[in-house]
Design a protein around this ligand. Structure first.
Ligand code: ZN
Length: 286
C-alpha cells in the first residue's frame, strides 16, 4: 500500500511520482523546468488507463529526501540547504541534472566550508567544485594528522587522498631539512646595510627558531610553521634591507622549500602579521 505525500500531493497535479512507498502528485511544468531528465521522463511516460495520471517510479531514491527536493523546486515551498541535506541534494542534482540545485549546493559550500572542511572537500572532490576544493584543502592540511583516519577521509577519491598525504609528508620532510643558510642564499643586501651583522643576526635567529619552535613533536600545522618562520625577529641591518628580506626574499625561499602556499582567498587583500598562509591542493581538469 502506498501513501500520499502530506506536502506534495496536489489536486491539480498532472503526474504521479512513486518513491519508495510514497506517491507525489505534482505538476509536470515544475519538474520540466528544473531538469532536462525530468522533462524527458514527463514527455515519454505513458498513461496506464485513460482516466488515470501517468506514473513514474523512481525506485532508487528515498521518499523523505525526495520530498525535500520537491520543496526546493516548488516556488510555494521553502527549504534551506544545510549540512544534513547538501550531500543528498548534490546526488539528486547530479542524477537528474538539476542545475539550480547544483548551483545552490555549491554556493552553500562556498559560504560554509570553514565549518566542515573535510566534508566540503569530499563533496567538492565528487562534484568538481574547484574553489571549494582548494579552499577547504587549506584547512584540512592544518588538521591532517587527526583527520586522515576518519571515515570521511576514506570517501575522498584516491587521487585526492594521495595528493593530501604526499604533500603532507613533503611538509614534514621539509621541516627536517630546514637550514638557515638555505633561507639566506641568494639574498642581495642593500648598499648601506652592514651585511655581516645582518647575516649573523639572521643565522642566529633562524637557528634558534628552527631548533626551539619549529622542529617539535608532534609537528606544528603548516600554517603555524610558516607563520613562525615569517615573523622571525631580525634587528641588525637597515630597515629597508630587513623588510626586503621578510617581504620578498623569505616567502620565495619558503615556497621553493615547502611548495606553494597562500592565505585563504577571502584574506588575500589583508596584509601584516595577522594573515596565515596555507598549503593547498587543486582540482586538475579532467
Ligand atoms: Zn642587509
Amino acid at each position: 500500500m502506498s501513501q500520499k505525500s502530506a506536502i506534495h500531493y496536489y489536486d491539480d497535479g498532472d503526474i504521479i511520482l512513486m518513491v519508495e512507498d510514497t506517491s507525489f502528485c505534482v505538476h509536470k511544468k515544475y519538474l520540466s523546468l528544473a531538469s532536462r531528465i525530468f522533462n524527458d521522463m514527463c514527455a515519454t511516460c505513458s498513461q496506464s488507463y485513460e482516466s488515470q495520471l501517468p506514473i513514474i517510479n523512481l525506485s532508487d531514491d528515498s521518499a523523505t529526501a525526495f520530498e525535500e527536493l520537491l520543496s526546493f523546486l516548488y516556488p510555494s515551498k521553502w527549504v534551506r540547504i544545510t549540512w544534513d541535506n547538501v550531500g543528498q541534494f548534490l546526488q539528486f542534482a547530479d542524477k537528474y541534472e538539476i542545475v539550480n540545485v547544483l548551483a545552490a549546493s555549491e554556493d552553500f559550500l562556498e559560504q560554509h566550508f570553514v565549518e566542515n572542511p573535510l566534508k566540503s572537500l569530499v563533496l567538492a572532490d565528487s562534484f568538481r567544485f574547484k574553489n571549494v576544493y582548494k579552499e577547504s584543502s587549506k584547512l584540512v592540511f592544518n588538521k591532517l594528522p587527526s583527520l586522515k583516519n576518519s571515515e570521511e577521509f576514506k570517501q575522498l577519491s584516491i587521487v585526492t587522498g594521495f595528493s593530501l598525504l604526499s604533500r603532507y609528508i613533503d611538509y614534514i620532510n621539509g621541516i627536517g631539512l630546514l637550514d638557515p643558510l638555505e633561507l639566506l642564499e641568494g639574498f642581495t643586501h642593500e648598499f648601506l646595510c652592514n651585511r655581516t651583522a645582518h647575516e649573523n643576526d639572521m643565522i642566529r635567529s633562524f637557528t634558534n627558531l628552527i631548533k626551539n619552535e619549529i622542529k617539535v613533536c608532534p609537528a606544528l600545522s603548516p600554517s603555524r610553521t610558516l607563520k613562525i618562520l615569517m615573523s622571525c625577529e631580525i634587528t641588525e641591518g637597515t630597515k629597508h634591507c630587513i623588510s626586503n628580506f621578510e617581504k620578498l626574499h623569505l616567502p620565495g625561499k619558503l615556497k621553493s622549500h615547502f611548495g606553494e602556499f597562500e592565505p585563504m582567498t577571502n584574506e588575500k587583500r589583508k596584509y601584516g602579521v595577522g594573515v596565515f598562509n596555507f598549503l593547498f591542493i587543486e582540482l586538475k581538469d579532467a
